[in-house]
Ligand binder design. Structure first.
Ligand SMILES: CCCCCCCC/C=C\CCCCCCCC(=O)SCCNC(=O)CCNC(=O)[C@H](O)C(C)(C)COP(=O)(O)OP(=O)(O)OC[C@H]1O[C@@H](n2cnc3c(N)ncnc32)[C@H](O)[C@@H]1OP(=O)(O)O
Length: 170
């Protein structure tokens, strides 16, 4: 399995509620390139990322259905994680070891979510991300969330490379 980008954020960038590996109360989302099964990472044009999360009872909107804010959170960090994967690969950085500090870090500039149908509570939510554009410090990612194979939400994240001043503030 491909490494999760969030396992390669340095400790001072690993507290995010959505995807920080050091946030015990958080969702601890993990985002990876989808490998094509051949052991090779897919090529630029066909590559996609994947983030999988199974909602918990406290993520309920109404009995049987997932809260939309949780859906947005999962799409959000899938987007920033995908942006980080893309920029890290573009710069030729290898992700090494179990945890590390080798990922390029991104924050959310814009988050758009379109709720296509009610999201059922129970099955894993699978988010596929496609890198639409890499432009300097800005990466645009288009995302689709499915549950039981049906699309429940689509989204777009414009992610910006985190300025050093943000890290100091954290
Ligand atoms: C907030 C604290 C975070 C601490 C992070 C510590 C470091 C660790 C980092 C990562 C670890 C993992 C964390 C995952 C995070 C999960 C998701 C979140 O919850 S993030 C929190 C919510 N987001 C914010 O609070 C951003 C608040 N906004 C800002 O700080 C700035 O607006 C920022 C950094 C996003 C952009 O400011 P500029 O000064 O870098 O950007 P300019 O140089 O003006 O523009 C560059 C290009 O980007 C576009 N751009 C700028 N802001 C945009 C925006 N908000 N939406 C879309 N495009 C934007 C511009 O139009 C320009 O595009 P053209 O090159 O002309 O094509």
């Amino acid at each position: 399995m491909e490494p999760a980008i969030q396992d390669h954020y340095p400790d001072d960038a690993a507290a995010c509620y959505g995807c920080g590996r050091l946030n015990d109360q958080g969702l601890q989302l993990k985002t990876r390139w989808v490998s094509d099964g051949s052991g090779e990472t897919a090529t630029e044009t066909e590559s996609a990322t994947e983030t999988v999360f199974t909602p918990r009872p406290e993520h309920t909107a109404m009995p049987g259905f997932v809260y939309g804010g949780l859906v947005a959170s999962v799409i959000d960090c899938s987007g920033t994680g995908s942006a980080s994967l893309a920029a890290t690969r573009d710069r030729g950085i290898d992700l090494v070891g179990e945890t590390g500090s080798d990922a390029v870090r991104f924050v959310t500039g814009t988050l758009e979510v379109r709720y296509q149908r009610p999201t059922p509570m129970g099955p894993p939510l699978v988010v596929r991300g496609r890198i639409a554009e890499v432009k300097g410090r800005k990466v645009t990612v288009e995302l689709t969330m499915t549950a039981n194979g049906e699309t429940v939400a689509t989204g777009r994240v414009i992610a910006l490379e985190a300025p050093d001043t943000m890290r100091a503030a954290g």
